[in-house]
Design a protein around this ligand. Structure first.
Ligand SMILES: *Cc1c(COP(=O)(O)O)cnc(C)c1O
Ligand code: SF4
Length: 476
C-alpha cells in the first residue's frame, strides 16, 4: 500500500527496517490473525462486524499487547469502548503509539481533569430548540439522530451523549426536530449527525431523509459519518441507492490518518462518489496521532485521490477525557503553513477552533497580509516572496439595490461583523456592557442617553425640533 518514502514519513521506524513489507502479523490482507478463520462473507458483512466489536480487556488483549496505561484506561473508561474487527485489524499490536490504536483504545490519561475542561464544550445543549437539534447558525441546523457509532473515538466531542445505548432518540424526538425545521423557514441546510447516522436502520434513515426532503425550504441535506472509516462494509450498493434519491445530498466524512484509507475504504468512497454525493472530510488535530505536517499532508493527498475534499481540520475540543489529545493552536497553524502552496488547494482544509462556550467554528490561519496603507497591501506567499497589490483609488463598489433572489428567510440577530460592515449596526457589545458603563446611574432618573450615531437627516430634524423650527435644513 505504501511506497518506502511515504512510509518513512509516516512512521518513526528507522529506515533500515524494510517498511514496504506487509506487517508480519497479517495472515490475510487487512485482517488480524485473530479472525483468519472467519469466512470472507462474514468478514465483509457489516452486521457481522458490528456484532463482533471488541470492548473488554479480554477481547482487546487477544489482539494487542496492552500497556499498563491501556489496561487502566479500559478498566476505568467513562466513555464507551467498541472497535470493529475491521478497524482493530489496522492496529499495530506491538506499537503503543500506533495512530490507529490511540484513536480507539483508552488510556488512563482519559480520567485526568484539566483547566478549561467542559462536559458540553460547544454549549450545544443550550442552543437546542428540540431534542438533539442544534440551531447555532442563521441558515442551517445540526440534527443529532442517533447516539450510536460503529466504533468510539476517545476524543469524541459529544461523549456526554454518544455511546449510551439507553439514551436513544425516539420517534417523538424526530417529530419535534422535523417540526422545528418545517416551521423555521430560514433553515436551508440540515446536517444529520450524532452519533453516526449511517448506523441507523436503513428504513429509519430513509424515512428521515424523505421527511426532510418534503420540506420545501430545505435545499441541502448533509450526512456526517465516520462509518466509511470504521465500517466501510456498511457502504453497500443498496445503501448508496437509497441515499442517491435525496439529492442534493452531501456527505462529510471523518479521517484522521492516512492508514485509515485502505482498499475497503477506497471501494466505499468510490461508491459514494459515483452516486454523485460530494464528499468532504473532517479531521481532528490529535497529539501523537496526526500533529505533523508530513502526516497531515499524506492524509489530505490520499483523500483527494479518493475524491474526498478535506473540509475542516478541528482543534481538539475541551471535552472531558480528551485533554491529552490537545495540541497548541500554533501546531495547527504550522500545519496549514506546511500545506498552503505546497500542495493542491483542494487538499487543504480550513483549520478551525470550535469556540468553547458555543460560538461556532472560528477559522485560524497563518498571516499572509503583512501590511497596508491607503492604496496598497503588502502580502507574502508560502515561499516568503513579498509582494504589493495596488488597490484602485477610484473603487466605488457594486451596489445591488434588490438581490435577484431576496433572502426572505434571513435570520435577524446574527448579522455579526458583516452587519457592522453593512451598516446594520454600529457596535457589538458584550453582555452587561451598558450596565457596567452606566456606573450605577439609574436610567429612569436621567433619561436614556444614546451614543449611537443617527442618520444625518434625523439629527437635523431633532435639532430643528429642539429649536422650535419645523424645517431641519434651516439654521438660526
Ligand atoms: C459545524 C456545524 C454546522 C455546519 O457548519 P458549516 O460551517 O456550514 O459546515 C452547523 N451547526 C452546528 C451546530 C455545527 O457545529
Ligand atoms: S464517530 Fe464521531 S460521534 Fe462517534 S465517537 Fe467518533 S467522534 Fe464521536
Amino acid at each position: 500500500m505504501y511506497n518506502v518514502s511515504e512510509l518513512m514519513a509516516l512512521s518513526e521506524e528507522p529506515p533500515q527496517q524494510s517498511a514496504a513489507e506487509e506487517p508480519p502479523h497479517r495472515s490475510t490482507p487487512g485482517r488480524a490473525p485473530l479472525w483468519a478463520h472467519v469466512p470472507d462473507a462474514q468478514w465483509d458483512d457489516w452486521r457481522w462486524q458490528l456484532s463482533h466489536r471488541l470492548n473488554s480487556l479480554e477481547e482487546l488483549s487477544q489482539l494487542i499487547r496492552l500497556t499498563p496505561e491501556e489496561v487502566a484506561g479500559v478498566r476505568s473508561h467513562h466513555f464507551r469502548v467498541d472497535v470493529t474487527p475491521y478497524f482493530a485489524s489496522l492496529i499495530d499490536p506491538d506499537d503503543p503509539n500506533c495512530p490507529i490504536r490511540r484513536q480507539v483504545i483508552p488510556t488512563g490519561h482519559e480520567s485526568a481533569a484539566y483547566d478549561g475542561m467542559f462536559v458540553d464544550s460547544l454549549s450545544e445543549d443550550a442552543h437546542s430548540p428540540a431534542p438533539g437539534l442544534v440551531h447555532r447558525y442563521p441558515d442551517r441546523v445540526l440534527m443529532l439522530v442517533t447516539t450510536q457509532c460503529a466504533s468510539y473515538c476517545r476524543y469524541c466531542t459529544r461523549s456526554r451523549i454518544v455511546g449510551d445505548s439507553a439514551a436513544q432518540f425516539s420517534r417523538s424526538d424526530y417529530d419535534a426536530q422535523i417540526n422545528y425545521i418545517a416551521r423555521t423557514p430560514q433553515v436551508r441546510d440540515v446536517l444529520l449527525s450524532g452519533g453516526d447516522p449511517l448506523i441507523l436502520p436503513q428504513r429509519i434513515l430513509e424515512d428521515l431523509l424523505r421527511r426532510l426532503r418534503a420540506i420545501e425550504h430545505v435545499e441541502v441535506i448533509r450526512i456526517g459519518s465516520r462509518v466509511p472509516a470504521f465500517l466501510p462494509q456498511r457502504i453497500t450498493p443498496e445503501l448508496v441507492n437509497m441515499l442517491r434519491q435525496f439529492h442534493p445530498l452531501w456527505m462529510n466524512l471523518h479521517f484522521n490518518h492516512a492508514r485509515e484509507i485502505t482498499p475497503e475504504v477506497a471501494t466505499a468512497l468510490a461508491r459514494l462518489a459515483d452516486a454523485g454525493i460530494p464528499l468532504g472530510s473532517q479531521t481532528v488535530l490529535l497529539a501523537g496521532i496526526n500533529d505533523s505536517v508530513a502526516v497531515m499532508k499524506e492524509l489530505v493527498q490520499r483523500l483527494v485521490r479518493q475524491r474526498v475534499r478535506p473540509y475542516y481540520l478541528y482543534q481538539c475540543d475541551l471535552v472531558e477525557g480528551a485533554g491529552h489529545f490537545r495540541t497548541t493552536v500554533s501546531k495547527g497553524i504550522e500545519i496549514i503553513e506546511g500545506l498552503r502552496g505546497h500542495t493542491s488547494g483542494y487538499a487543504i482544509p480550513t483549520y478551525v477552533v470550535d469556540a468553547p462556550g458555543g460560538g461556532g467554528k472560528i477559522p485560524v490561519m497563518p498571516q499572509y497580509l503583512l501590511s497596508q496603507a491607503p492604496g496598497k497591501v503588502v502580502l507574502r506567499n508560502f515561499e516568503g516572496f513579498i509582494t504589493t497589490y495596488h488597490e484602485p483609488n477610484d473603487y466605488t463598489g457594486h451596489t445591488v439595490a434588490r438581490p435577484e433572489r431576496p433572502q426572505v428567510n434571513r435570520e435577524v440577530g446574527q448579522e455579526g461583523i458583516a452587519g457592522l460592515l453593512e451598516g446594520a449596526a454600529h457596535s457589538i457589545k458584550p453582555q452587561g456592557f451598558d450596565e457596567v458603563h452606566r456606573r450605577g446611574r439609574q436610567p429612569a432618573a436621567l433619561g436614556e442617553v444614546t451614543w449611537e450615531p443617527i442618520q444625518p437627516e434625523l439629527a437635523l430634524a431633532a435639532i430643528a425640533h429642539r429649536n422650535g423650527n419645523g424645517n431641519g435644513k434651516e439654521r438660526k
